[in-house]
Ligand binder design. Structure first.
Ligand code: GRF
Length: 207
């Protein structure tokens, strides 16, 4: 049977895309990354996709008069790739309800905090300002409630004396690179189910 098709949306560096591509190379992803899309032509992550021979598309938000027009163009381009799963991996645009609803149950996002704590931007700085003792990252289904959808996998890090934003970001990023491929693999293996707004992870089938 053909593996599930995965489209990944990025805006910049693309290290999470890199982690997904590495998982695929190592046989740790029960899906195929078939398409990478960016809203920025200069996103460094596009080179990672090209190096692996993955199709890329650019849909530049600045070329559209409104967010709706941008999102219509973006979803047309995504749908051309016929993905089973859409992964937001550092895609730095807030998406409207129509767009999100179109991908309900088949779009996930990586966020650098232990949701529901620290939704939104500048999570590392806010965590440090608050004197929190732990931090981390979450992969969740995307719903119109920004950073508020059902949580699939989380990973935590301790905050240690002397931590600054950069040090914390580095450790959280390592967690992101572990949990994003894990969540995508679970999705592709059909082991995720949303019940009453929460994710249930189904046991792996017996060998
Ligand atoms: C990551 O911290 C991700 O959680 C956030 O944006 C950053 C993207 O990094 N949404 P990269 O482009 O994957 O390197």
């Amino acid at each position: 049977m053909a593996l599930p098709r995965i489209s990944v949306l990025i805006s910049g560096r693309g290290s999470n895309l890199g982690a997904l591509l590495a998982a695929q190379r190592h046989g740790d992803l029960a899906g195929t990354i078939t398409h990478v899309l960016s809203n920025r032509a200069d996103a460094q992550g596009l080179a990672l996709a090209l190096a692996e021979g993955v199709a890329t598309s650019i849909v530049d938000h600045k070329a559209y008069a409104s967010r709706d027009a941008f999102e219509r163009a973006l979803s047309t381009e995504i749908d051309r790739g016929e993905p089973d799963l859409v992964v937001l991996a550092g895609f730095l645009r807030v998406l409207g309800a129509d767009f999100v609803d179109h991908y309900a149950g088949r779009m996930i996002n990586i966020h650098p905090s232990l949701l529901p704590a620290y939704a939104g931007l500048h999570t590392h700085r806010r965590v440090l300002d608050d004197g929190a003792r732990e931090h981390g990252a979450s992969v969740h289904f995307v719903t119109p409630d920004v950073d508020g959808g059902p949580i699939i996998v989380q990973g935590r890090v301790d905050i240690v004396p002397g931590d600054d934003e950069a040090a914390l970001a580095t450790r959280v990023l390592a967690v992101e690179h572990r949990i994003l491929p894990q969540a995508v693999d679970l999705y592709c293996r059909r082991r995720l189910r949303i019940v009453d707004g929460r994710v249930q992870v189904l046991p792996a089938p017996a060998q």
